[in-house]
Design a protein around this ligand. Structure first.
Ligand SMILES: [Zn+2]
Length: 163
């Protein structure tokens, strides 16, 4: 997905939203995961790195808004509901959500595209024979291919489209 000079939307997800964080990275959003630490520490990180806060904590969302930071309060029960809620909240505040190519869901780094021959000694034969293109994280080295979770991502991606 070409960015045309636009910068990906940057998020920071709170400790309760680990699986959402992984999905947002795979969808191409620059998302950091704030696993541990104080609310004020998370707010400082969001300010310094120009990130929109994603949280299910009402008081944290209110504190962030009082500091003039973008914050989206996510009350949904599933990541699917949360992603729909993000799309509605962004539309309501006039914020465009900009995605780039998929990022590593584990660490958020960019992925390099590889050919079959580059990974033939690392991937099971059944996988090699069904896929032409593979992706390796430039950060942690994790290897990806377009398996079943890719289909799930495209259905999540539809939830981001404005209704
Ligand atoms: Zn990685």
């Amino acid at each position: 997905m070409p960015l045309n000079g636009e910068v990906r939307t940057r998020f920071v997800a709170d400790a309760m939203l680990g699986s959402l964080c992984r999905k947002l990275r795979a969808l191409g959003f620059d998302t950091s995961y704030y696993k541990a630490g104080s609310d004020s520490g998370m707010i400082e990180a969001a300010l310094a790195q120009k990130r929109i806060i994603l949280t299910s904590d009402r008081s944290l969302a209110a504190l962030a808004s009082s500091k003039g930071l973008g914050a989206i309060l996510l009350a949904g029960k599933s990541d699917e509901e949360r992603i729909s809620a993000m799309s509605r909240a962004a539309a309501a505040s006039g914020t465009r959500l900009v995605r780039g190519d998929p990022l590593c869901s584990l660490c958020g780094c960019e992925l390099a595209t590889l050919r079959r021959i580059d990974v033939s000694d690392e991937v099971p034969l059944a996988v090699i024979s069904h896929h032409r293109v593979f992706y390796r994280c430039r950060g942690c080295g994790h290897l990806y291919w377009r398996g079943s979770h890719w289909k799930k991502l495209s259905s999540l991606s539809r939830r981001l489209e404005p209704k």
